[in-house]
Design a protein around this ligand. Structure first.
Ligand code: IMO
Ligand code: MG
Length: 431
């Protein structure tokens, strides 16, 4: 049975939660492979709103196994809080599994996230979510990390703490004038978490392999978006992980041949939280209108999101670096009521049109979007069950969007509820 990856094609918050939720009901295993509690995936079921950060959105589909893969950075305190909240709302955590190879977010990671951000020049501040994501991945790469396997083995935890904490404390004391962390206190706190997390810990890659071998449907739930990817995004205004579809291979432990489909999720406009370039940003009334109508406030931090017109240049870039097979276009309803809508088809830089998304942020900051203006549409879209039922101008907008990004439409979302969706192509089919 096929394996499908759901990825963001913009700067995150595209609606991956809803798409994952829709597809999870038909999947046996849902896997998060990147990021951590910086993600904020919103799912609405029968008017009930769920915000998931670390636990895969598939947890809301009874009977689905949900794996936090090795590519994720896991803050145990966050996980337990999220788990408790879900349980208090009647969601079963029976299906939850955690890879023993996932990295653990330690208290110094969260602290350093804040201290490093403060240390940067104002123009260099990334506007991170403050969840310790960057510093935790830094330690992973520097081989100074603590993994879930170490966390749940009391001896290994003490040993790893002795290997990393003295250097961390010297850094905190000498550079940041911070007292540092007490070994015994950290050990006691994390041993406490370990007791509660141990029942969920498994060999993640083996679990995924078994599911694939048994012919089960596996869904990889991406976090963030291509433009926040460490390699392919607007560096350095990015997150610290491989958010693209390729990240599913390393972040879950499967070969590229096991992935059958990549679904790219794109909002019908663009949004961004945190700092960094955003060529089609609308710092005006239209932007305010879209923000309010689209509930564009951060799920994780509550910050108002920056919003702008749909940018086909970035989504084309995302389609390429992810190998997107099908596009899920979200929040089309939010644009209803505007007299005209715009699509950015290219960037103009010093009098010429750029063929691709530039890597150099100085170039990007000088780029002017080239817009194509289309007539808007009116009315309530949420009842539409097929493309044919949509207002003609909405349909025209979608077709043009698909043409410009080079990806066929697989799904169109017309609201936050599950049923407010037009499914165009069966997603779980092999190439
Ligand atoms: P989902 O999965 C939108 C942004 C932050 C910041 C940058 C780096 O809900 O789409 P980090 O804390 O990761 O070091 O912050 O990345 N960011 C997101 N923006 N959606 C997300 O996740 C994000 N996760 C991180 O705002 O600009
Ligand atoms: Mg989000």
């Amino acid at each position: 049975m096929p394996a499908v990856v759901v990825v963001g094609t913009q700067w995150g918050d595209e609606g991956k939660g809803k798409v994952t939720d829709l597809l999870a009901s038909e999947a046996e295993l849902v896997v998060r492979y990147a990021g951590g509690s910086n993600a904020g995936h919103t799912v609405i079921i029968d008017g009930q709103l769920f915000k998931l950060h670390l636990i895969p959105s598939g947890i809301l589909s009874p009977g689905t196994t949900c794996l936090i893969g090795n590519g994720v950075v896991l803050d145990p305190a966050w996980l337990l809080r999220e788990a408790e909240e879900l349980q208090s709302r009647g969601v079963s955590l029976e299906g939850l599994r955690i890879s023993e190879r996932a990295q653990v977010v330690m208290p110094w990671h969260t602290l350093l996230d804040e201290l490093e951000e403060r240390e940067r020049r104002p123009e260099d501040r990334i506007g991170t979510t403050g969840r310790g994501i960057g510093p935790c991945y830094v330690d992973k790469v520097a081989r100074l990390g603590i993994r879930v396997a170490d966390l749940v083995d009391p001896e290994a935890l003490a040993d790893r703490l002795d290997a990393v904490l003295p250097a961390k404390n010297r850094l905190l004391q000498k550079v940041y004038d911070h007292p540092g962390f007490d070994r015994e206190a950290v050990l006691a706190e994390y041993r406490g978490y370990a007791e509660r997390i141990r029942p969920y810990v498994v060999d993640g890659a083996a679990l995924v392999r078994r599911a694939l071998d048994e012919g089960r449907r596996v869904l990889f739930e991406g976090a963030q978006g291509a433009l926040l990817d460490l390699d392919h995004g607007t560096y350095p205004f990015v997150t610290s992980s491989s958010t693209v579809a390729g990240g599913a291979c390393t972040g879950a432990g499967v070969g590229p041949g096991s992935i059958d489909r990549v679904v790219g999720v794109a909002k019908a406009y663009t949004s961004r939280v945190g700092r960094g370039p955003f060529p089609t940003e609308l710092p005006d009334e239209t932007g305010d209108l879209i923000r309010e109508k689209g509930h564009e406030y951060g799920t994780t931090t509550g910050r108002p999101r920056r919003v702008g017109w749909f940018d086909a240049v970035i989504v084309r870039h995302a389609v390429r670096v992810n190998g997107v097979d099908l596009l899920a276009v979200m929040s089309l309803d939010v644009l209803a009521g505007l007299s005209t809508v715009r699509l950015c088809t290219a960037y103009r830089y010093r009098g010429r049109q750029l063929p691709d998304f530039p890597a150099d942020l100085r170039v990007l900051s000088e780029c002017e979007p080239v817009y194509e203006e289309l007539p808007g549409w009116e009315g309530e879209l949420s009842g539409c069950q097929s493309l044919g039922e949509l207002p003609e101008n909405a349909r025209r907008y979608l077709n043009r969007l698909s043409e410009l990004t080079g990806a066929p439409l697989g799904l169109v979302s017309l609201g936050r509820e599950r049923h407010e969706t037009i499914a165009l192509t069966p997603i779980y089919t092999r190439r």
